[in-house]
Design a protein. Structure first.
Length: 346
């Protein structure tokens, strides 16, 4: 089968053997695979820096249909539409039992597909049956993007607002710094919760997307960003800042625009650092480092997609155009989320 593979010398489209399901696994035919900045981070590392062996098929945002179900695995049938829940925990602790494998404190010694084991950027992928979620009536490109871009945004908002399903903002003002794959999902979800949304980005086209998705205020990132946001709030500051970049500059701006008792949620994987202490941030301020999301939140997102309340912006590519798609992602030129459809163009 065809697959996009991370090797010791780089990434390439290659022919690889069809996957063989291991214990507790099924084979899924990939209908869509989302692309993430985490993939670029993996590709940029030295081969010896990986805690897993290479080569490895990339792609941790999976939507597909069940193609093979070994005997003894209940609840799944060939042809079922599914998406993958990505985080991997021990599966036994209280955190995992509550659906939050993203915060498991134990070490299970396993790697999610696309983040250590073979992933979804292939025609077929072997996946733990326990980590598949039914996704009937959700278009594959939407389903794939929801498993990470959407899920990360929803989880960050739920933690920042101290709420769970249904998402409620209590009339908060929320700034989204960076309107990329996760950021544009955050704009939609914050508006759905009833928040006043302020979007900040370096790209005018991404700000136009944010406005179309419900952001009341949009500002080009620059030297006046903090002053622009403070003017919106008449100097009070904002209740929540979601920093999808996490550079030194964005973190500094985020801290400066925060209100008393505000929440700064550091969602991006940038290398920036933020001084924290008395007089460094407003009184009562809280910083948060959310990671991915919970299984109940993924169920919530799929229901929102089925009802038409959430519709992510996606750019679709064939598997043969994966290199091009990653290059656009690296340059910040993807509108919304880049999604590869392995069946397209083949």
């Amino acid at each position: 089968m065809r697959a996009y593979v991370l090797t010791a010398t780089g990434c390439e489209l290659a022919e690889v053997p069809d996957p063989t399901p291991g214990p507790g696994q099924v084979v899924v035919r990939t209908t869509a695979a989302g692309l993430c900045h985490s993939d670029l981070t993996l590709a940029a590392r030295r081969p010896e820096a990986h805690p897993f062996s290479l080569p490895m098929v990339l792609g941790h945002e999976l939507a597909g249909t069940v193609a093979e179900v070994p005997s003894g695995i209940p609840g799944l049938r060939v042809g079922d539409a599914v998406v993958g829940y990505g985080p991997r925990g021990c599966g036994r602790c209280d955190t995992c039992s509550g659906g939050a494998e993203n915060y498991c404190r134990a070490t299970a010694g396993s790697f999610p597909p696309g983040l250590g084991s073979d992933g979804a950027l292939a025609e077929y992928v072997a996946v733990d049956a326990a980590h598949l979620v039914p996704s009937a009536d959700v278009p594959p490109a939407q389903g794939a993007a929801l498993t990470d871009a959407g899920l990360t945004a929803l989880h960050a908002l739920n933690r920042a607002l101290g709420s769970g399903p249904p998402l409620r903002s209590r009339a908060a003002t929320i700034v989204v710094l960076g309107v990329g794959g996760v950021g544009h999902a955050a704009v939609q979800l914050a508006r759905l919760a009833g928040a006043t949304v302020v979007a900040v980005d370096r790209s005018a086209s991404k700000l136009a997307l944010a406005a179309a998705l419900g952001a009341e205020h949009t500002f080009l990132a620059g030297g006046t960003t903090v002053a622009d946001v403070q003017e919106v709030t008449r100097g009070r500051g904002v209740d929540v800042v979601l920093d999808l970049v996490a550079s030194d500059d964005t973190l500094r701006q985020a801290g400066a625009m925060l209100a008393v008792n505000g929440v700064l949620s550091i969602v991006g994987v940038g290398s920036g650092r933020l001084p924290v202490g008395m007089h460094a941030l407003p009184l009562g301020a809280r910083t948060d480092l959310p990671f991915w999301g919970t299984r109940p939140e993924l169920d919530q997102l799929l229901d929102l997609a089925r009802s038409g309340q959430v519709l992510l912006e996606v750019e679709e590519f064939s598997l043969e155009r994966t290199v091009e798609a990653y290059a656009l992602l690296d340059r910040g030129e993807v509108r919304g989320r880049a999604v590869v459809l392995p069946d397209v163009g083949h």
